[in-house]
Ligand binder design. Structure first.
Ligand code: PHE
Length: 334
């Protein structure tokens, strides 16, 4: 009876009624199964096994019929309403740091630089020694380092998470003759407390240009042009003297963060007119010598900038720690 009835049902709610009538808590088959304990043992085995077979058969038939009805509903015409708005497809996007790093690299590629990358776990030799920072030099304190608990076997050298991308200056020059014109984007790490403008992990984009006759005017012109390309015509830049052991003379470069007279606001909400975005300078003769370049013949400039700081100034982000907090409400805005 149950199977015949089920076959005749044409809608989902009819199927549910049927289920309650036969398989529900007070259903006919359930009643039968419940009454089993009152039977003689002999009968109980026989009837019990047949009741269970019946139950399996009904459950199977129910599942089949439910599928059939669902399919029929889908196949019937009003299941497809082409006038409904489409469902939005969630798309991913590039991390703001990736976007800024690419934009910086593109600005320099437009000026004839090529892009190279290097290792994040670096030898002491390249991170410091080749950059005119020997062991015990007080300037090592400028980079609080995360040392790796491992000594490179071939070189018998301590290793660390690179504290800047500058080690690539030496690696690039060792691998080729001048002229050199490269930018090097990559992750860096420092053993440091974090605050609104400092992260223990961040990116840098290094730059290096070495050839005959390069002067400090080339450094200023190139970095000025870079700032114009990334920040537009209106923002100002400032160079000040600074010290890095691998350049002479050395400078740092800042971007203006002036109050906008119209809105009364600064690009980033910090009580400072200038935000430092990079260190730079003329490559120190000792660095050139170290890689086998003749410092009498070749000169060059180098720079290392912080893309997160640049992103902060460009987009008005007031805390660098937003970048790596993985909060999609922040990331979605870029
Ligand atoms: N490597 C320096 C730093 O991390 C920046 C720099 C790069 C300065 C190149 C001068 C030249 O602070």
């Amino acid at each position: 009876d149950a199977l015949v009835e089920l076959d005749a049902i044409g809608a989902a709610d009819g199927v549910e009624e049927w289920r309650v009538a036969y398989l529900g808590r007070r259903g006919r088959l359930t009643g039968l199964l419940r009454s089993l304990p009152q039977l003689e043992p002999e009968q109980r085995r026989e009837i019990g096994s047949r009741a269970n077979q019946a139950k399996n058969a009904l459950e199977e038939a129910l599942a089949k019929r439910t599928r059939e009805i669902a399919q029929a509903a889908l196949a019937s015409q009003d299941a497809l309403d082409v006038t409904l708005p489409g469902r939005p497809v969630a798309t991913g996007r590039l991390h703001p740091t990736t976007q800024i790093v690419r934009e910086i690299c593109a600005a320099f590629m437009g000026m004839g630089f090529s892009v190279v990358e290097g290792p994040e776990v670096e030898l002491d030799h390249y991170n410091f020694e080749m950059l005119n920072i020997p062991a015990g030099h007080p300037a090592r304190d400028m980079w609080n380092s995360l040392w790796v608990d491992y000594v490179n076997e071939e070189e018998q050298q301590p290793m660390l998470l690179r504290t800047h991308t500058s080690p690539m200056q030496a690696r690039v020059m060792e691998a080729q003759d001048p002229p050199v014109r490269v930018v090097v984007p990559g992750k860096c790490y420092r053993y440091e407390a974090t605050d609104a403008t400092h992260e223990w992990h961040f990116y840098q984009v290094e730059g290096l240009a070495v050839a005959e006759g390069i002067t400090f005017a080339d450094l200023k012109g190139t970095l000025y042009e870079f700032a114009r390309r990334v920040f537009g015509e209106d923002r100002q830049i400032r160079f000040r003297c600074d010290y890095f052991p691998f350049v002479e003379p050395g400078v740092d470069m800042s971007i203006s963060n002036f109050v906008d007279p119209e809105t009364g606001r600064r690009p980033i909400n910090r009580d400072e007119d200038w935000i430092e975005i990079m260190g730079a300078g003329m490559v120190h003769p000792r660095v050139l010598q170290g890689v086998g370049y003749d410092p009498q013949r070749y000169t060059g400039f180098a720079f290392g900038m912080g893309p997160e700081r640049i992103g902060m100034l460009k987009y008005g982000i007031d805390d660098i720690r937003h970048f790596y907090r993985n909060d999609v409400r922040f990331l979605r805005q870029f």
